[in-house]
Design a protein around this ligand. Structure first.
Ligand code: NDP
Ligand code: ZN
Length: 362
C-alpha cells in the first residue's frame, strides 16, 4: 500500500519538470528509510543529473538499507552521466521499486538485472500505467524513432473551424486557448500548413508566463510559398523550420537561411507524412503538435499518422455546408474504413469542452 503512495510522490516530482527534459524522459525518485522520506529528486533537464542522483545525494548516509522508488528503470549505461544502477548499488540500497521498465528494447531489463545481481530486491510495475502515460512521448519516440503526434482542433459544436469568410478568431474561449499553450509547451515542435501562415500570419509561440522553452515552429510548404515577411520568419521568438518538396528555388531558400530559418527539403516532389516523421525523428523531435488547418489534418488522418487528437468544442454553431470542417479532403468513403477512436478524456474548460481521443489500433 505504502509502495503506491511513495510512487505517487515520485511521479508527482517527475511531473514538475514537464516540458523541460526532452529528449530525455520525466523521472522522479524518492528514498525511504524506516518509514520516512529521506531523499527526493527529479530529472530536470537533459545533460543534468538523473532523478536518482538528486534523491541519493539528499539522503546522504541514510541510503544504507533504504528503499528507493523510481518512476523509470534506472539506467545501466554510461551516457552523459554515470549509470544510476551503479550508484544505487554503491549507496547500499536494500530495495528498489520501479514503475516501468526502460522502453528501449536493447536496454530494457539491464538496469534491473544489475541491481538484482548485486543482491538488491527489485519490484517492477507499481503505477506502471501512470508512469507510461507520463512519458508517452518518450516511449513512442524510443520505440519508433519518430515523434509522438498530437492533432489539435478548435471547432464549433457543429465541427466547423471557420466561417464562410474565413474568420476563425476566436471560436473557443480564453481558457481553452490557454490550455493550448500548455500543450504547446509540452511538445518539441508545432506544425501548420502554409495556408494557415498565408491566411492568419500566426506567431505560434507559447505565451505562458515563464515558458521555459519555445517549441520549434514547422510549416508544411511544398513550394516555399511562405512570405519572407511572415511573422514566424522574422520575430526570432522561436526556431522556425520550413519543410518543402524537392522542387524549390535555391535563391529563395537562401532568403530564409539569411533570416535564420531552416529549410528542410524532403526527397520527393510532394511532402509525404512518413518521410516527414522519419526526418523529424532524426532531428531529435520526440513530439509534434499539429495545429492544422484542415488540409494538414486530413493528411495525418488519412495516413493514420497520429497518436492522439485533442478537440476543443465551443458552444457555438457556425453552419454552412461549404464552411471549413475539422478535417478536409474527401474523407473516408465507407463506414468500414472510417477511423475509430477511443475517448480518453472529456473535460469542460471554461465554456468549451475538451475531448482527447486515441486511434483504435487495428
Ligand atoms: P492548411 O493550413 O492545412 O495548409 C494546407 C497546405 O499545406 C496545402 O495546401 C499545401 O500547400 C501544404 N502542404 C504541404 N504538404 C502537405 C501535406 N502533406 N498535407 C497537407 N498539406 C500540405 O490549409 P487549410 O486551407 O486547410 O486551412 C487554413 C485555414 O484553417 C485558415 O483559415 C486557418 O485560419 C484555419 N485554421 C483553423 C484552426 C482551428 O483550429 N480552428 C487551426 C489552424 C488553421 P502547398 O501545396 O503549397 O505545399
Ligand atoms: Zn540514470
Amino acid at each position: 500500500m505504502r509502495d503506491v503512495e511513495y510512487m505517487e510522490t515520485a511521479l508527482m516530482l517527475a511531473r514538475q519538470a514537464k516540458g523541460q527534459t526532452s529528449p530525455n524522459p520525466l523521472v522522479g525518485a524518492v528514498v525511504v528509510k524506516d518509514g520516512r522520506i529521506v531523499g527526493m529528486g527529479a530529472h530536470l533537464r537533459a545533460g543534468e543529473p538523473h532523478a536518482e542522483v538528486h534523491a541519493i545525494r539528499m539522503a546522504g548516509e541514510k541510503t544504507v538499507g533504504s528503499t528507493v522508488y523510481v518512476t523509470l528503470e534506472p539506467c545501466s549505461h554510461h551516457g552523459r552521466t554515470p549509470p544510476c544502477a551503479d550508484l544505487l548499488i554503491e549507496s547500499k540500497v536494500k530495495r528498489v521499486v520501479i514503475a516501468v521498465k526502460d522502453p528501449n528494447p536493447l536496454v530494457a531489463g539491464s538496469g534491473i538485472n544489475r541491481l538484482k545481481d548485486a543482491g538488491i530486491t527489485v519490484e517492477i510495475g507499481v503505477l506502471q500505467d501512470e508512469a507510461r502515460q507520463l512519458n508517452k512521448h518518450f516511449f513512442h519516440y524510443v520505440q519508433t524513432k519518430t515523434p509522438f503526434v498530437t492533432l489539435k482542433v478548435a471547432a464549433s459544436l457543429d465541427g466547423k473551424t471557420a466561417t464562410s469568410t474565413g474568420e476563425s478568431k476566436w471560436i473557443t474561449g480564453s481558457e481553452a486557448r490557454e490550455d493550448v499553450h500548455h500543450s504547446r509547451a509540452e511538445h518539441d515542435a508545432i506544425l501548420v500548413g502554409v495556408n494557415t501562415i498565408l491566411k492568419d500570419d500566426p506567431s505560434l509561440t507559447c505565451r505562458l508566463e515563464g515558458a521555459r522553452r519555445q517549441p520549434i515552429r514547422l510549416i508544411l510548404d511544398t513550394h516555399l510559398r511562405t512570405p519572407v515577411s511572415a511573422r514566424v520568419v522574422n520575430d526570432q521568438c522561436a526556431p522556425t523550420w520550413i519543410i518543402t518538396g524537392n522542387q524549390v528555388d535555391g535563391d529563395r531558400v537562401e532568403l530564409f537561411h539569411e533570416r535564420g530559418v531552416k529549410v528542410i527539403t524532403l526527397p520527393s516532389e510532394t511532402i509525404k507524412i512518413d518521410d516527414l516523421l522519419t526526418k523529424l525523428g532524426l532531428e531529435n523531435i520526440t513530439s509534434l503538435y499539429v495545429e492544422g488547418g484542415s488540409t494538414v489534418h486530413d493528411s495525418f488522418v488519412n495516413e493514420k499518422a497520429f497518436n492522439e487528437i485533442i478537440t476543443y468544442f465551443a458552444p457555438k454553431l457556425i453552419g454552412g455546408k461549404d464552411t471549413p470542417a475539422m478535417i478536409g479532403g474527401k474523407g473516408f468513403l465507407n463506414m468500414e474504413d472510417v477511423l475509430s477512436l477511443t475517448i480518453s478524456e472529456i473535460k469542460q474548460i471554461g465554456s468549451d469542452v475538451k475531448i482527447v481521443a486515441t486511434p483504435v489500433k487495428g
